[in-house]
Design a protein around this ligand. Sequence first.
Ligand code: ATP
Length: 262
Amino acid sequence: MTAPANGVRLGNGAPLLDVRDLVVHHGQLRALSSISLQVYPGEVYAIIGANGAGKSTLLRTIAGLHHPTDGAIVYDGRDVTSLRPEKRATAGIVMVPEGRRLFPSLTLEENLKVGATYARKGPWTIERVYDLFPWMKERRGQRTAQMSGGEQQSVAIGRALVANPRVLLLDELSLGLAPVIVQRIYGMLPQILESGVTVLLVEQDVSQALRVATHLQCLLEGNSTLEGRPADVTAAQVEAAYFGMGTVAQEVQADHIEGGEA
Ligand code: ATP
């Protein structure tokens, strides 16, 4: 699951998701300033950044939960900027929200069924989610309130998968979880990608993001401060972009970074 070594983005055709100059306000606060990104089929695109950088706002806007002040969201060649969230889900843009947002009084399986409400046709069924997370089958009748954070996160991922996403938006999977659990959850990513799903994720845990991403962008106070492939950026560049040491957004080119490793 690493980026191709030749410096070429995955997928030479059109991006599956093309976010153009997105501006989003929360009241008077400008949460995102002219953010653009292109996610190609098969990629794991990571948005990194500190608290309040605008990562969740970006993901939620792509899912249709915030309305941008300016800019456009083009998905599979179609402008979806004004499309309602449920229509985006049916079209294949599906989010695992920060904090899971399960229905705690419902059982595991009932939560998965909720995910299928706006489902596309596709390979993911509840049975296939049980194949991905074998522990779920025998606990399908248990209320999710009684489950650990890691288990709830897995249910939230399963709930998104049964909607058969083409683009899966993952908001801070690692939040509040022990590192070993985070690794286990991210360990599922290859199987999800193999099913044809493209991933756009938000992570505050930079090392985790760099481990799985084929492309990344760093946000700081709503601005883009770094974009490139993990293999082409240095730890110093990521640190500078994350903490704001240096002001100009930099797009990293494979041919002018020497031996870059983050
Ligand atoms: P975190 O990791 O803490 O969630 P983030 O990078 O995801 O941070 P956002 O949650 O997108 O950042 O927040 C960006 C800015 O917008 C912050 O200043 C936050 O306080 C503000 N903000 C986010 N949501 C709202 C909202 N619903 N109403 C008002 N302000 C908001």
